[in-house]
Design a protein around this ligand. Structure first.
Ligand code: BGC
Length: 241
């Protein structure tokens, strides 16, 4: 069985058809810029562009950078505030003429890693952290997801974690790898102190550059890059249909 997976992020909207048994992308992924402002109508047009690019007819799963309840957007940190209360399932399904299921982007990425990637068969508590425009988290206990954890919004001193240590912050503040990694390490130590996970999986745009920063981390918890790297969000979204 196949489904189209779409990952909506603060800077790009990426997608590809996915083989749900192997997790393989069936075609090269396609990316469009996230429209600014990222209003519901503008993002729906971009999603429809992706669907048309693949000439896709069938089920679609979509990761979205917000807490989601039954397809309805609950928060809006890196997207237009007008999203709050919008039923994204209905909006995207109507626009594309296909059945679209929307879930939190980090939860989607985590699902791919737990089922087929770095978290497969790992016992206990696994935390997926996606590092991109924001910081997203997905928490699993014995393989079961507790949806919509928003640990990227933990307070660190006067700042929230994602305003201190996200991938976008590294770029915008032109931080060196070691300076950024020291900040992210503080975040990891805080997370470890609160959750005591058995494994932390790092995904998102920065995961493919893990050789630049993993060695700076000092947490006792094992920290590994996502097996599917930045495609975990696409694969997990497709798997959620
Ligand atoms: C949002 C999360 C999202 C994360 C990564 C945060 O700003 O609140 O819901 O998972 O960014 O996109």
């Amino acid at each position: 069985m196949n489904a189209l997976g779409i990952d909506i992020g603060g800077s790009g909207i990426k997608g590809a058809p996915v083989n749900l048994v192997s997790g393989e992308l069936l075609e090269e992924r396609y990316r469009v810029e996230t429209p600014q402002p990222a209003t519901p109508e503008a993002v729906a047009i971009a999603v429809d562009e992706l669907v048309r690019h693949f000439n896709w007819k069938g089920k679609i799963g979509c990761g979205f950078p917000a807490a989601m309840k039954y397809g309805v957007v609950q928060t809006a940190s890196n997207i237009d505030k007008s999203w709050i209360g919008t039923n994204a399932n209905e909006l995207f399904s109507k626009k594309t003429g296909q059945s679209v299921v929307v879930l939190n982007d980090a939860d989607a990425a985590g699902m791919a890693e737990i089922k087929m990637g770095a978290g497969k068969d790992v016992k206990g508590t696994v935390l997926m952290i996606t590092i991109g425009t924001g910081i997203g988290t997905a928490l699993f206990s014995e393989g079961k997801l507790m949806p919509n954890t928003e640990f990227g919004h933990l307070r660190m001193g006067k700042m929230i974690a994602e305003a201190y240590a996200s991938g976008a912050v590294r770029k915008n503040e032109e931080l060196s790898w070691s300076d950024w990694a020291k900040r992210f390490n503080e975040y990891l130590l805080y997370i470890e102190f609160l959750l005591w996970p058995d494994l932390i999986i790092l995904g998102g745009g920065l995961s493919k550059k893990h050789d630049k920063f993993l060695h700076y981390f000092t947490a006792k918890t094992k920290v590994v890059p996502a097996h599917f790297m930045n495609n975990a969000g696409i694969i997990g979204a497709a798997m959620s249909v």
